[in-house]
Write a protein that binds this ligand. Structure first.
Ligand SMILES: [Zn+2]
Length: 283
């Protein structure tokens, strides 16, 4: 059986240096998250939402956006109670973004690089995990991290941060420079990379929860190959969704006895157990 996690980065568009990018929490986060959950539940599937925490915490401290922090929180709680998973995603550009005259302005251009804002990122991560724990209750755990813009190499510094907060799995996209050897050989971090080949630039936001999803998953054209027992699919709530092919994909997942949809936390926990037993055998 192949365990499949269906994940989405739960976020608005990132701010741009000119302030023109539209940051629309209702259209880019709230409505798509609700639609996705309802569609998945029809086929007894649960979604793993990677909440963009730098943005969420930024909204919390920005009076004009505080209501969105509250609405997103309320929805996160409802989704969690319905069996969906809420995990951790964060872009460095949100850490330093400023809200000026009604627009979000990015403080720097160039790629997302969490190392440049590590002290503030650590504070944001701490606040977000605290808020999530309070919101979702005692059984909730932040287990899995996904990097913003996929730029976290070298991983060593971030590794120390994640493990300090109890996060034990990484589901970033890094097939070209996999952490997995680093992650799994000497450390506690499990690597759960995203399924599929990295597409061309214009397909980037359309790469998994899209009409191509079925061929990725069922054609075994991914980096996983046929031997792999786990798969992680991803989308972005800020993108335009292709709901019909997605529903077809959910239907196929439900009908296929060899595919079992699980949350990313389930996948992380079972992978950790597997790894521990493998290490025991080796020792
Ligand atoms: Zn993102």
């Amino acid at each position: 059986v192949i365990k499949v996690s269906i994940t989405t980065d739960w976020e608005c568009l990132s701010p741009s240096p000119d302030g023109f990018a539209k940051v629309l929490p209702v259209a880019q986060m709230i409505i798509p998250a609700i639609t996705l959950a309802s569609l998945a539940e029809k086929y007894n599937i649960r979604i793993s939402y990677f909440l963009e925490i730098s943005q969420w915490i930024k909204f919390k401290h920005t009076p004009d956006y505080k209501e969105y922090y509250l609405k997103i929180s309320e929805l996160a709680k409802e989704l969690y109670l319905r069996g969906h998973d809420i995990q951790i995603h964060g872009h460095s550009e949100w850490i330093t973004a400023k809200y000026i005259n009604g627009s979000w302005v990015r403080a720097f251009s160039g790629p997302d690089m969490v190392h440049q804002v590590m002290p503030q990122f650590i504070l944001t991560l701490e606040e977000a995990i605290y808020d999530l724990q309070l919101l979702l209750g005692g059984t909730y755990r932040a287990n899995v991290y996904r990097a913003g813009g996929y730029n976290v190499e070298p991983f060593a510094e971030l590794y120390n941060v994640l493990t300090r907060f109890g996060i034990f799995a990484d589901s970033s996209r890094h097939e070209k420079k996999p952490f997995s050897s680093f992650c799994e050989k000497d450390s506690e971090i499990i690597s759960l990379p995203i399924l599929g080949e990295f597409p061309t630039a214009d397909q980037r936001w359309d790469m998994n929860l899209s009409p191509k999803t079925c061929s990725y998953l069922f054609g075994h054209t991914s980096c996983y190959g046929v031997k792999n027992k786990n798969a992680v699919m991803m989308g972005h709530t800020k993108q335009i969704h292709q709901w019909k092919p997605l529903e077809e994909c959910f239907y196929k997942i439900m009908c296929d006895d060899y595919i079992s949809p699980v949350t990313i936390s389930c996948l992380a926990l079972s992978s950790r157990e597997e790894l521990i037993s493998k290490k025991k055998i080796l020792n």
